[in-house]
Design a protein around this ligand. Structure first.
Ligand code: ADP
Length: 497
C-alpha cells in the first residue's frame, strides 16, 4: 500500500467513450470520472478516444492537432492525425482522426443494428493505442482498457509488441458489460496484423470466428469488473455469457471494484439544471423540484402529494423495464402513485410504454429519447427510482438517485446488491428497497412496499433519504483500488507471480 501511494504512474486509458465527448451509457461516465480522480491523485493520466463526428462542436473547438501523422500498424499500415485536448487540470485526451471509421452520427449502430465494420473500427483504435507511445515519446507504465472495443490492446501487448518499448508495460482490462463481446469473422486476424497462432479456442477463437473480449481476458495482466457481486456472478453460466470457464481459469486475477460517480456533476446542491438546489438539511427544496416537474409533465394546478416513481434507462432486455411495463396498468389502478419514464432503445418496448402512458396521461408520463438535462431533473423530482435489471454490472443511476435523496427500488443483482441497503435491514442504515426475484409479483410488491412506507411512515422515508445522501459514492476508495491493480499488473508483467 505504501508503494501505491508513493509512486506516480503513467497511465494510458483506451476506451470508445468518455463523457462529455461521447457517451452511450455508464461506460462514458466511468472512464472520464475515474481518469479525473486518478489525475487528481497526481498520476500522469492520458485517454485515447476516436475523433467521432458527434463530439459537440463547442468541445472540438478546444482540441489542437499534433504535428505529423501517426502510423497505425495493422495488417496494412494506416496513417491518421491526432488531436489533443489539455484541460486546465485533469487528464490529457487524445483523439485519433480517421473519418472512414468515425465520421458517423452514432457511436456503434445505425437503424439496422451494430455497424458491420465495428471489429475493424475498434481493432484500429487498439492498434493506434499501441503505436501512440512511440509517436508521443511517452511510454506508459500501464494500459487501462475498457470493454471489448479496447480488448485487443492486451493481445497486441503480449504478442507482437512483447519486445520493444512496451516490454515492461502492464495491462488492466475492465469489463463494464459482458453482454457485448465483439465477435468478428476470422479474417479480422489478418486485418489486425495479429499472428494466426492466436486463433485457438483458449485464446481468440470462438464459434469459428474471433471474440475480442475473450482475447483481452486471456492476455490482460489483471482483470476487473465494476462491482464485487458481478465479479462473482460472471463465473457462473447464468451470468458468464459463455465466458464463465475462462473467468474461473483467471479467477485469481479478477477483481470487482464498485464504480464511483462524478460528485460535481451529480450534486443536488449545485446542479444548474434544477429549479431549486438542496442538500440533506433542506429537503423541502427537493419537493419544489417534484412540484415543478409534475406541473410541467402532468399539468397539476398545484402540488400533488402522490409519490413519484421514476425510471431512466436504455430500453433493452437487460434493464427489465418490460416487466415494469407489464404491471404498470395494474399498479396505477391499485395504488395512488405516479410514474415518469425516460428512455430509448428497443422499438417494441418504446411503443408499449408510449401506449400505456397514452391511456393514463394523469398517472404515467413517458419520454422517448435521450436527454441529460431531463435525467437530472427527474432524478431530483422523484421519490423513488425503479431499477428491475435482469443483471447489472454496477449501475450508476441508483447511485445518482441516492445522492439526490431519491430511494432506489432494485433487483438484488450485481452492483445494485452491492450499493443499496434494503429497508428490510432496518431503517437506521437503509437507503432503498431491494427485492430478490425478478418476477411481476415481486416487483409489484416492492413498489407497494415503497408506496405504503411513503404514506404510513414519512419519517422513515426522510431517514432513508438522508442515509443515501450521506453515503460516499466518490472515486476516493475505488481509484485507490485501481492503483493497487495497476501495481499488481505491472508486477505480473515483470514476471512476479
Ligand atoms: P448502462 O451503462 O448499462 O446504460 P448505467 O446505470 O451504468 O447503465 O449508466 C447509464 C447512464 O446513462 C446514466 O448516466 C444515465 O443517466 C444515462 N441514461 C440512460 N438512459 C438515458 C436517457 N434516456 N436520457 C438521459 N440519460 C440516460
Amino acid at each position: 500500500m505504501f508503494f501505491v501511494h508513493l509512486s506516480k504512474l503513467k497511465i494510458l486509458m483506451v476506451a470508445s467513450e468518455a463523457a462529455p465527448f461521447a457517451k452511450a451509457g455508464g461506460l462514458g461516465d466511468v472512464v472520464s470520472s475515474l481518469a479525473d480522480s486518478l489525475a487528481a491523485l497526481g498520476h500522469d493520466v492520458r485517454v485515447l478516444l476516436p475523433l467521432y463526428f458527434l463530439i459537440p462542436q463547442d468541445l472540438k473547438q478546444g482540441f489542437h492537432p499534433l504535428p505529423g501523422v501517426i502510423s497505425v500498424h495493422l495488417g496494412q499500415e494506416h496513417w491518421a492525425r491526432l488531436w489533443e485536448f489539455v484541460p486546465a487540470n485533469g487528464p490529457r485526451y487524445y483523439f485519433i482522426e480517421y473519418d472512414h471509421f468515425f465520421f458517423r452520427d452514432r457511436l456503434y449502430d445505425g437503424p439496422y443494428g451494430g455497424f458491420e465494420d465495428n471489429p475493424q473500427r475498434f481493432a484500429f483504435l487498439c492498434r493506434a493505442a499501441i503505436d501512440l507511445p512511440e509517436f508521443l515519446q511517452w511510454i506508459p507504465d500501464i494500459y487501462h482498457v475498457h470493454d471489448w472495443m479496447a480488448a485487443l490492446v492486451p493481445v497486441y501487448l503480449e504478442t507482437v509488441a512483447r519486445r520493444g518499448p512496451l516490454a515492461h508495460t502492464g495491462s488492466v482490462l475492465t469489463i463494464h458489460n459482458l453482454q457485448h463481446q465483439g465477435y468478428a469473422h476470422q479474417s479480422i486476424i489478418d486485418y489486425a496484423g495479429l499472428p494466426w497462432g492466436l486463433w485457438q479456442s483458449d485464446k481468440l477463437e470462438a464459434c469459428g470466428g474471433v471474440n475480442f473480449l475473450k482475447g483481452g481476458i486471456y492476455f490482460a495482466n489483471k482483470l476487473t469488473t465494476v462491482s464485487p457481486t458481478y465479479a462473482e456472478e460472471i463465473r457462473t453460466p447464468a451470468f458468464g455469457c459463455g465466458l464463465e470457464d475462462i473467468f474461473r481459469f483467471r479467477g485469481g486475477d479478477l477483481v470487482g471494484i464498485l464504480n464511483g460517480i462524478d460528485e460535481n456533476l451529480w450534486n443536488p446542491a449545485t446542479d444548474p439544471t434544477l429549479p431549486a438546489n438542496y442538500d440533506r438539511n433542506n429537503l423541502e427544496k427537493k419537493s419544489l423540484c417534484k412540484m415543478n416537474f409534475c406541473q410541467q409533465r402532468f399539468g397539476d394546478a398545484k402540488s400533488d402529494n402522490r409519490p413519484l416513481f421514476v425510471a431512466i434507462s436504455r430500453l433493452y432486455a437487460q434493464k427489465g423495464l418490460d416487466v415494469l411495463a407489464d404491471i404498470l396498468p395494474w399498479v396505477v389502478e391499485t395504488m395512488s402513485v405516479r410514474f415518469a419514464i425516460l428512455g430509448c432503445g428497443e422499438w417494441l418496448l418504446e411503443e408499449h410504454l408510449a401506449s400505456i402512458a397514452h391511456r393514463s396521461p394523469d398517472r404515467i408520463w413517458f419520454y422517448r429519447g435521450y436527454d441529460e438535462t431531463l435525467a437530472h431533473q427527474m432524478t431530483a423530482a422523484a421519490d423513488f427510482f425503479v431499477m428491475p435489471s435482469r443483471f447489472e454490472p454496477c449501475g450508476l443511476t441508483q447511485l445518482y438517485s441516492m445522492r439526490y435523496g431519491t430511494l432506489p427500488i432494485v433487483h438484488a443483482t450485481g452492483g445494485l446488491k452491492d450499493s443499496v441497503v434494503s429497508r428490510a435491514h432496518g431503517v437506521e442504515r437503509a437507503t432503498g428497497f431491494v427485492f430478490n426475484d425478478l418476477t411481476h409479483q415481486a416487483l409489484y410488491s416492492a413498489i407497494g412496499w415503497a408506496c405504503a412506507t411513503y404514506y404510513d411512515h414519512p419519517s422513515e422515508i426522510l431517514t432513508m433519504r438522508q442515509n443515501g445522501m450521506c453515503r460516499d459514492f466518490s472515486w476516493k476508495q475505488s481509484s485507490r483500488r485501481y492503483l493497487e491493480c495497476y501495481h499488481w499488473a505491472m508486477e505480473k508483467k515483470m514476471g512476479f507471480p
